[in-house]
Design a protein around this ligand. Structure first.
Ligand SMILES: [Zn+2]
Length: 86
């Protein structure tokens, strides 16, 4: 079981594709549950603002579906924490 707490809060502009009430379609993107970076095809894990640019490039007008995962950086941090707890 994991529990999380914020270590800092950084204000950002609202991002449409994080709105839980928006209708979604393709593509299906994975978002890191810890840091909110998104994995883009052939680009790896990127910040939310880069995803907005990527979606503009696609020009589909469709908001992507999201599934949750863990990026490599956060996975490394989690593994370090687990080793400390052992
Ligand atoms: Zn992450």
């Amino acid at each position: 079981m994991f529990s999380t707490h914020p270590i800092r809060v950084v204000p950002r502009d609202p991002v449409l594709f994080l709105d839980p009430d928006v209708q979604r379609g393709e593509p299906l993107l994975t978002i890191c549950s810890w840091c909110m970076k998104v994995r883009l095809p052939n680009q790896g894990w990127v910040e939310l603002e880069e995803v907005v640019n990527y979606l503009d490039i696609l020009g589909s007008g469709m908001v992507p579906s999201l599934t949750h995962g863990v990026c490599r950086e956060c996975q490394g941090d989690i593994e370090k924490e687990l080793k400390i707890l052992k």
